[in-house]
Design a protein around this ligand. Structure first.
Ligand code: PGA
Length: 254
């Protein structure tokens, strides 16, 4: 089985003490980090602490929850791609629905942030997904298509670039109930075909992952009934014991 990408999105949670505890528990656990690609997205102020805690040999990488489109200069409060690289960040979450809702990020901003990621050799994780009304009106595929189309800077990308698309139906995030398998498969198949025909001649690799209430109750079904390349996990990644069990279920799949 192909290695699954597992990203823990810790959002705005934790402090120095709890983050040290979480990482230590993960490192001491018997998770098989060679059978998956595991990455942690702590709050950005703790990226440096996390990079120091993760031993270079553990196969665990670092994800940033945000990036500024600028590289350097008078942009108070921002963090650049170069700075993220400096603390060993590998992936950057871009366009998360919470940033769209609370920080008014739109496709234009997302497009520029992805461009910055690619220019600084960071791998962008572009979040896409429909809201509840759009889902009920059967518009999921169209919404996802447009979000991809207007967010990926196709003219700027080079053959060596990698991009990850995280399909996260907004109505499933943080609710405890993930989207059903049929729906995930429909959207996944559409996205896969769409990016293959439109982008694959330009980009080396595009992976499609799922996020939205992935937990210990549904991971078995998700891993066995979809071809999803990985998972973006919020709430369940905050409870380390649960997160470890989820990783074990994913890596034990034959
Ligand atoms: P959730 O969050 O797992 O708590 O639904 C996922 C996300 O927002 O990336």
């Amino acid at each position: 089985m192909k290695k699954k990408l597992i990203i823990a999105n810790w959002k705005l949670n934790g402090n120095k003490k709890t983050i040290k505890k979480k990482i230590n528990k993960l490192l001491k656990s018997k998770i098989n980090t060679k059978k998956c690609t595991l990455s942690i997205a702590p709050p950005m102020i703790y990226l440096h602490l996390t990079t120091n805690l993760i031993n270079k040999n553990t196969n665990i990488s670092l994800t940033s929850q945000n990036i500024d489109k600028h590289i350097t200069g008078s942009f108070t409060g921002e963090i650049s791609g170069k700075m993220l690289k400096d603390v060993n960040v590998k992936y950057v979450i871009i366009g998360h629905s919470e940033r769209k809702k609370y920080h008014l990020e739109n496709n234009k901003i997302i497009y520029q942030k992805i461009k910055t990621c690619l220019n600084t050799k960071l791998i962008p994780i572009l979040c896409i997904g429909e809201n509840k009304i759009e889902y009920e009106k059967n518009k999921s595929i169209n919404i996802c298509k447009n979000q991809i189309k207007y967010s990926i800077p196709i003219k700027e990308i080079k053959k060596t670039n990698k991009i990850i698309i995280a399909y996260e139906p907004i109505w499933a995030i943080g609710t405890g109930i993930s989207a059903n398998i049929n729906h995930i498969n429909n959207v996944y198949n559409f996205i896969k075909n769409y990016v293959q025909t439109k982008y694959l001649h330009k980009i080396k690799k595009i992976k499609i992952i799922y996020g939205g209430s992935v937990n210990i109750q549904n991971i078995y079904e998700l891993i066995n009934n979809t071809n999803i390349d990985g998972f973006l996990i919020g709430s369940s990644s905050l409870i380390t014991e649960e997160f470890i069990k989820i990783i074990n279920i994913i890596t034990n799949k034959k």
